[in-house]
Design a protein around this ligand. Structure first.
Ligand SMILES: NC(=O)c1ccc[n+]([C@@H]2O[C@H](COP(=O)([O-])OP(=O)(O)OC[C@H]3O[C@@H](n4cnc5c(N)ncnc54)[C@H](O)[C@@H]3O)[C@@H](O)[C@H]2O)c1
Length: 240
């Protein structure tokens, strides 16, 4: 899989799946850009692969607009957008204990954030007449989630991806949505920690039983989807 000279923006690329993807894409010759809310970790991750880092909050339209304008100024094009930024709020909360603020915040980051990144990435892709967007949903969208807000927001991301795949095809923008299973990242491990605490179980045992996949495994799928080897792939794909 060859990504030589592809300009790839990984939003939420400071840690976890996004960071592993940034590393692999850079190894395969891509010019990677990392943007994330976490400036400390993000700058470190980006420095390790010699990539530029931008601090942004995906829920802030001015932030997102500024970052894509900077990408345009620095690179003059954008081949691939991978918006992986996401949070899982309210694991194991009963429905009636969810505050509307928490529910909305989860949607703002996961759904509105993915939309905003695409909104400002698509004009750059139209300029060159081609592009690839890979949204990141979750197996949680299918109904098995620890959180009402997270599971349903990931349904929104999946639907945003499917809708965009059809509507953006006429601009030669290929859209796919990744549906990962359980992957060993801060997000997943903090949910397991919460479950261990709630149920009085051992964190290490629960982690082992969860048979988590590695972020590097997701990176292989995302980098492949970004490459021209996946030229004929449309819609969404499910992984372990
Ligand atoms: N880990 C899993 O088991 C799993 C499974 C399915 C889907 N996913 C999805 O994969 C994606 C990556 O998650 P991960 O598991 O690597 O988690 P992670 O917590 O390691 O990474 C998420 C990244 O998003 C960033 N982020 C959070 N809020 C942000 C905001 N408002 N603006 C900008 N950046 C922000 C964080 O700083 C972090 O770097 C998420 O969309 C998640 O929902 C994860």
């Amino acid at each position: 899989m060859n990504l030589t000279d592809k300009v790839i923006a990984i939003i939420g690329g400071a840690a976890g799946i996004g960071a592993a993807t940034a590393e692999l894409c850079a190894q395969r010759g891509a010019r990677v850009i990392i943007a994330d809310l976490d400036e400390t970790v993000g700058a470190k991750t980006a420095a390790a692969i010699n990539a530029p880092f931008f601090r942004l909050d995906v829920t802030s339209e001015p932030d997102v607009k500024r970052v894509f304008a900077a990408i345009d100024a620095q690179f003059g094009k954008l081949d691939v957008l991978i918006p992986t930024a996401g949070v899982l709020l309210g694991p194991y909360l009963e429905l009636e204990d969810f505050t509307v603020e928490m529910f909305r915040k989860n949607y703002e980051i996961n759904v509105v954030g993915s939309f905003l990144c695409a909104k400002y990435a698509v004009p750059l892709m139209k300029k060159t007449g081609a592009g690839v967007i890979i949204y990141v949903s979750s197996a949680a969208a299918g109904g098995v989630s620890s959180s009402y807000a997270y599971g349903s927001s990931k349904g929104g991301v999946l639907s945003l991806g499917n809708t965009s795949a059809g509507k953006l095809a006429k601009f030669n923008i290929r859209v796919n949505t990744l549906i990962p299973g359980n992957i060993a990242t801060n997000m997943k491990l903090s949910v397991i920690e919460q479950e261990a605490k709630d149920k009085g179980l051992n964190f290490a045992d629960l982690t082992r039983e969860s048979k988590l996949g590695e972020p590097a495994g997701m990176a292989k799928v995302l980098a492949w989807l970004a490459s021209e080897d996946a030229d004929y792939v449309r819609g969404h794909i499910t992984t372990r």
